[in-house]
Design a protein around this ligand. Structure first.
Ligand code: ZN
Length: 217
């Protein structure tokens, strides 16, 4: 059975369950929960408590093409209890919630080189917040940076290590604005992550700072 070492904290699962989480994190949570038994079980217990709260609030208008709309499509027949993690794991790199949004698995992604052999594909962007796929070759690191807000990183393939620990498939790292780190990919295969940011990254060195407007991170 697949083992996840870094799960989501209760507070985030509760916020997700009640729809209070900043939008950019919803896809990361939905994808993590689909491959992490522990987080899914806790989310189901919060759903049971929070269901009454949701029923009382009127549904918000959803614009076509908005992340809300995208996620509402996801949740139709694809709620946390409908997803079987065992059936997903053998089926590709992307778990089902992410495949639905991307429109396929890895080969459906239009990667864009961002230097050092790294590639990214922006899945969603609104103001300063973004959700993107990141591909980092083994042995390569992201430049040291801190964060303007919370950053949520879910590993989909390979592994990386930073000042906090080692993160492999299914693991999720939640860093707040106080975290400064230098994630380095491990092993032979590229590390592929789904990364959601509330606000722009703060790089500590000049070159990545200069490239930032082009990368949209
Ligand atoms: Zn970071």
């Amino acid at each position: 059975m697949h083992e996840v070492n870094h799960t989501l904290p209760d507070q985030i699962l509760m916020a997700y369950s009640t729809g209070m989480l900043p939008q950019s994190f919803d896809l990361v949570v939905a994808t993590h929960v689909s491959i992490c038994d522990d987080s899914r079980a806790r989310l189901e217990s919060f759903d049971a408590i929070g269901g009454a709260v949701l029923e009382q609030s009127a549904p918000a208008e959803m614009a076509e093409g908005s992340l809300d709309h995208m996620l509402s499509v996801l949740s139709q027949g694809n709620g946390s209890e409908a997803v079987s993690p065992r059936s997903i794991l053998g089926e590709g790199v992307f778990p089902e919630p992410l495949q639905t949004v991307v429109g396929g698995d890895l080969d459906a992604v239009e990667w864009r080189g961002i230097g050092m052999g790294c590639k990214q594909a922006v899945v969603y962007r609104a103001g300063e917040s973004s959700v993107r796929l990141l591909q980092i070759p083994g042995g390569v690191g992201m430049p040291e940076h801190s964060h303007g807000g919370t950053e949520m990183t879910l590993v989909l393939q390979g592994a990386y290590r930073d000042e906090v620990g080692r993160f492999a498939r299914g693991d999720v790292e939640v860093g707040d604005s106080g975290l400064m780190h230098t994630p380095v990919a491990e092993g032979d295969e590229p590390c592929i992550c789904l990364v959601a940011n509330e606000a722009r990254l703060k790089f500590t060195t000049l070159l990545p700072k200069l490239a930032q407007p082009f990368l949209g991170i």
